[in-house]
Design a protein around this ligand. Structure first.
Ligand code: ADP
Ligand code: MG
Length: 375
C-alpha cells in the first residue's frame, strides 16, 4: 500500500516473482553463453583432432559429415537444454513466488490488523524454513506484547475512572445536600469533603509516581547510606500512627550489615509504604519488626514483618500490580488506592534491587523484603 504522493523507491515496482525470474534468467544466460562458447570454440577442434588420430584424412567426406553432425547435435542439445531450463525456471519461480507470497501476505495481513487494533491477530505457521518461522515467531511475540500493553492500558483507565468516581460522587452528594439545606456545612461535612479531596490528591500523586517509576525516567540521587539510618527513619515516620493503632514497632539490625548505595528519599518512600501497610493491616497488640541483614550477590535485605492479618496465597503473586488490593472492599474504605506496592516495586527495581512478599496465610502475618545493592 502506498499513500498518495509517496514515491516508491526505484525498483519497488518489481514483484517477488519478477525478481526471482530475473535471477534465474541471469543464471540461464550465463550457462548458455558458457556452453555455447565451449561447444563452438573448443568442441569442434577436439572432435577434428580425434578424427585425424582415428586415421581419417583431413578432407574426407566422412570427416566433413561427422563434423557437421557433431555441430548440429551440439546446437540442438544446447537449444533443447536451454528451452527446458527456461521452462523449469519459470515453473520454479511461479511455485516459489506463490508459496512465499502466501506467507508474506499472511504477515502483512496480520500486521495491518494489529495496526488497526486487532491485537489478537497471529501469523499461522508458514512451514517455509527457519527464516520464515523466525519472522512469524517474532511477529507473534510482538503482537502478544502489544495485546498485553493494550489490556494493561484499558485496565489502568478503568481503575483510575473507578478510583475517581467514588470520592467525586461523595463530594457531589454532600455539596448538593448542603445546597438543599438538608446537610449543614459544619465541621463534619467539611472533614468529609477534605478527606475525599485528599484522596483524589493522593491518587493523582501516586499515579504520577508510578508512571515515572515504571517508565524508568527516574533520576536517582545515589549515595552511600548506612542501613540502620534507613530503618530508623522509617520507624520514626510511622511511630505515631503505630502508637495510635496500638501496634509496637521494633528495630532489629544485625551486626556487620554493609551500607547501601541508594537514593535515600526514594528508599525511604518504599520503606514508609511497607511500614504503613503493616500498621494498617495489624490489629492492636501486634508487632512490626524492621530488620536489615546481608543477602546474596552483594546485596542487603531490608525486611518488614508484621503479626497482622496476613495474605491469602492466591493474592501474593498480584500484590505488586497497580490497583491490586487483597481485600478490595475493606482496603478501599481504609483509604488505600492499591498503588503503593507498585510504586515500591518500580523504585526498588530502579535501584537494581528486588522486592518480595511471603505470608503463611490469613491471620499469620506478612513479610515484605527488599534487597538493595551494598555500597
Ligand atoms: N502488611 C500487609 N498485610 C496484609 N496485607 C497487605 C500488607 N501489605 C499490603 N497488603 C495488601 O496488599 C494490597 C496492596 O498494597 P498497596 O499497593 O500498598 O495498596 P494500598 O495500601 O493502597 O491498599 C493492600 O490492599 C493489601 O490488601
Ligand atoms: Mg499501601
Amino acid at each position: 500500500m502506498t499513500a498518495a504522493g509517496e514515491t516508491r523507491p526505484a525498483g519497488a515496482a518489481w514483484g517477488l516473482g519478477a525478481r526471482l525470474l530475473a535471477g534465474l534468467v541471469i543464471v540461464l544466460a550465463t550457462a548458455a553463453v558458457t556452453a555455447w562458447l565451449v561447444a563452438s570454440a573448443v568442441g569442434p577442434g577436439v572432435f577434428h583432432d580425434h578424427m585425424l588420430r582415428a586415421g581419417l584424412e583431413d578432407h574426407d567426406a566422412a570427416v566433413v559429415h561427422a563434423e557437421q553432425a557433431f555441430q548440429d547435435a551440439s546446437t540442438m542439445s544446447l537449444a533443447l537444454a536451454m528451452g527446458a531450463a527456461a521452462l523449469a525456471a519459470a515453473a520454479v519461480s511461479l511455485v516459489l513466488t506463490r508459496r512465499i507470497g502466501r506467507s508474506l501476505a499472511a504477515v502483512s495481513t496480520a500486521a495491518a490488523r494489529v495496526g488497526a487494533g486487532a491485537y489478537e491477530s497471529r501469523v499461522p505457521d508458514p512451514g517455509l524454513g527457519a527464516e520464515f518461522d523466525d519472522l512469524a515467531r517474532s511477529f507473534n511475540a510482538m503482537a502478544d506484547r502489544l495485546h498485553e500493553a493494550d489490556r494493561l492500558r484499558a485496565r489502568l483507565l478503568a481503575d483510575v475512572a473507578h478510583e475517581v468516581r467514588t470520592p467525586v460522587a461523595t463530594i457531589t452528594g454532600y455539596l448538593e445536600a448542603v445546597e438543599d439545606g438538608i446537610q449543614p456545612l459544619d465541621e463534619t461535612t467539611i472533614a468529609v469533603l477534605r478527606e475525599q479531596a485528599t484522596r483524589l490528591t493522593r491518587l493523582a500523586r501516586d499515579l504520577a509516581a508510578v508512571t515515572h517509576a515504571e517508565a524508568g525516567d527516574l533520576t536517582l540521587d545515589l549515595a552511600i547510606v548506612p542501613a540502620p539510618d534507613l530503618l530508623r527513619a522509617a520507624t520514626a515516620a510511622a511511630g505515631e500512627r503505630a502508637a495510635a493503632a496500638g501496634v509496637s514497632l521494633v528495630l532489629d539490625v544485625a551486626e556487620g550489615v554493609p551500607p547501601v548505595f541508594v537514593d535515600r528519599t526514594r528508599i525511604a518512600q518504599v520503606l514508609d509504604n511497607l511500614v504503613a501497610n503493616a500498621v494498617r493491616h495489624t490489629p492492636p497488640g501486634g508487632t512490626i519488626v524492621l530488620s536489615a541483614e546481608p543477602a546474596a550477590d552483594g546485596q542487603v535485605a531490608f525486611v518488614v514483618t508484621d503479626t497482622g492479618e496476613g495474605i491469602a496465597a492466591e493474592h501474593l503473586p498480584h500484590l505488586f500490580e497497580r490497583f491490586y488490593r487483597a481485600d478490595t472492599a475493606r482496603d478501599r474504605t481504609r483509604g488505600g488506592s492499591g498503588i503503593g506496592l507498585a510504586i515500591s516495586k518500580a523504585l526498588t527495581l530502579a535501584h537494581g534491587g528486588r522486592i518480595s512478599v511471603t505470608s503463611d496465610g490469613v491471620g499469620h502475618g506478612a513479610t515484605f523484603t527488599i534487597t538493595l545493592p551494598a555500597a
